[in-house]
Design a protein around this ligand. Structure first.
Ligand SMILES: Cc1cc2nc3c(=O)[nH]c(=O)nc-3n(C[C@H](O)[C@H](O)[C@H](O)COP(=O)(O)OP(=O)(O)OC[C@H]3O[C@@H](n4cnc5c(N)ncnc54)[C@H](O)[C@@H]3O)c2cc1C
Length: 336
């Protein structure tokens, strides 16, 4: 068993200063970090409990009409907040699709952004090969059980996927991540926060060591009328996504003015479907236009031995989610 010291931070400055010690880690709800510690995957020396920093446990409107969600707001509180439900229903739906009520009551927004992959080879230290856990050791999933793994943007070093539902909605909404570190504050565009694996799959994000996420900022709401989060999974609840789709539209009648589509469960980071979005812009929304857009997006997929089914599943999920965002069809209908 590892020896761990525990420290409770009273404010942001105190948390950042404590985090400069080697082996320090922030702990929010602990719903991921404690599992990783118990499994022998992560070995922090000092846990810095940030949950009592009141300034980060609030949701405020921004001068531009956007919304600032503090990093310590619990997933349940964010999902059920009136301004999130009414102005950003996509985010509320995605949060409520994640985990279980008990976990959502504990999990924080910052911790959700930072949660690690659910690749079984990453979690099982009996497998020597995992470039994410032990850089340079190889990837057992490439030739192993890879049904849940990536079909887009993977590398020979890692085929793990990002498991967060919340992050898929935030990618579609063009959120920003506000962080503070020893060198001050900075803003990270959501699309630049999570990384593709490349040859450094041990790095999930572009957050620097010792930096604290202080909030997630949402731009003014443009998609409150037409948005839908669709999660396809093996069980109806309490299961990670095989594929998920966050769809948000601005419509002029049946014509698409703007389409924002992001996919979960398919890549090492939330996957913004830029190709599909461009295909839809300016077109009349129909099942056939969506079928073309989804096929164009997934043309770049490179499935593994066990997950070719995800290519078609992702296309059908894009079609269904986006039709539901537009208010067309019903939740049981099949548009594909
Ligand atoms: C059984 C189970 C099922 C789940 N199902 C789903 C699911 O379907 N969908 C889904 O999206 N998620 C799911 N989750 C994951 C859950 O959402 C995450 O565990 C949770 O969001 C993590 O938040 P936390 O506050 O508990 O993070 P913690 O465990 O406290 O921390 C996680 C990581 O974030 C870092 N961290 C925390 N806060 C900050 C901060 N402010 N700044 C910088 N770093 C920080 C920590 O150092 C740590 O590395 C599931 C979890 C479990 C256990």
């Amino acid at each position: 068993m590892d020896a761990i010291s525990y420290q409770r931070a009273a404010d942001v400055d105190g948390a950042i200063s404590a985090a400069q010690r080697p082996g320090a880690a922030f702990i929010g709800g602990g719903t991921n970090l404690l599992d990783l510690m118990k499994g022998g995957i992560e070995h922090p020396v000092t846990l810095i409990d940030i949950t009592r920093i009141e300034a980060l446990d609030r949701i405020d409107t921004l001068p531009d009409g956007g919304l600032r969600i503090g990093a310590l707001v619990r997933n349940s509180d964010a999902a059920n907040h009136t301004l999130v439900r009414t102005r950003y229903p996509l985010l509320s739906q995605a949060l409520l699709a994640g985990a279980s009520p008990q976990l959502r009551n504990m999990a924080t927004v910052g911790g959700n952004l930072m949660q690690r992959t659910r690749c079984a080879y990453f979690y099982d230290t009996a497998f020597a090969q995992c470039n994410k856990r032990a850089p340079g050791s190889g990837c057992a999933a490439v030739g192993g059980f890879n049904r849940m793994h990536a079909i887009l943007g993977a590398s020979a070093q890692c085929v793990a996927v990002n498991p967060s539902d919340m992050s898929v909605a935030l990618a579609a909404l063009d959120a920003t991540v506000q962080v503070r570190g020893p060198r001050g504050a900075r803003t990270i565009a959501f699309g630049a926060f999570h990384r593709l694996p490349g040859d450094r799959p041990d790095l999930d994000t572009t957050l620097q060591s010792g930096e604290l996420i202080t909030s997630v900022d949402l731009p003014p709401p443009l998609f409150s009328e037409h948005a839908h989060y669709l999660k396809v999974r093996d069980r109806a609840s309490y299961a990670f996504a095989l594929v998920s789709v966050a769809s948000a539209l601005q419509l002029d009648g049946h014509r698409v003015r703007t389409a924002r589509i992001a996919l979960g469960g398919v890549a090492h980071r939330p996957w913004r479907a830029n190709v599909a979005e461009q295909h839809l812009a300016g077109r009349t929304l129909s099942a056939s236009t969506l079928r073309e857009a989804a096929a164009a997006e997934l043309a770049q997929a490179k499935p593994l031995s066990g997950n070719a089914f995800k290519v078609g599943l992702a296309q059908r999920a894009i079609i269904r989610s986006t039709m539901l965002a537009a208010g067309q069809g019903n939740r049981d209908g099949d548009f594909a």
